[in-house]
Design a protein around this ligand. Structure first.
Ligand code: HEC
Length: 126
């Protein structure tokens, strides 16, 4: 291998390993829980039990979302919630919220919840 390509390889390797590690799904879910308390609990309850808005965990929620994909739920949250301020959540916040909702509903199959993992995740029927 000649020198310039060795240097290039070193540079690429450095860049790849300099990326911050992907957060684990439990870190994402913890951040999601904090966000729920700030932005969703007034309508959905601090434990997702429902208030003015419907519950986001348990049989009622899974009765509506069971068998549907996590990607559909992500899009719903991103484009429709929080009610009255739809569109204010970032992609990352939406994934954190989704991680928390999946955890609260007993679905956690991924190491990290990212856009690639979502199409494989389906919510369980109640
Ligand atoms: C101002 C009240 C309000 C806030 C704040 C709010 N929601 Fe909602 N949400 C609702 C209502 C009401 C519905 C029922 C559907 C509708 O009316 O659009 C709903 C529906 C939902 C649903 C679908 C539930 C189902 O049974 O299909 C999800 C998921 C959801 N909200 C997530 C969130 C998340 C996550 C947040 C916080 C980022 C949030 N919501 C903040 C009022 C709210």
């Amino acid at each position: 291998m000649n020198r310039p390509s060795t240097l290039l390889l070193v540079l690429i390797t450095t860049l790849v390993f300099a990326q911050p590690p992907a957060p684990s799904i439990s870190t994402q879910a913890q951040r999601g829980m904090a966000l729920v308390l700030q932005q969703c609990a007034a309508c959905h309850g601090a434990r997702l039990e429902g208030r003015y808005g419907p519950p986001l965990s348990g049989p009622h929620f899974l009765g509506r979302w069971g068998g549907r994909g996590a990607e559909e739920l992500r899009r719903y949250i991103l484009t429709r919630m929080p009610l009255g301020r739809a569109g204010s959540l970032s992609q990352e916040q939406t994934l954190d919220l989704l991680a928390y909702l999946l955890q609260a509903n007993g679905v956690l199959h991924a190491e990290t919840l990212n856009l690639e993992a979502l199409p494989k995740l389906v919510l369980p029927r109640p």
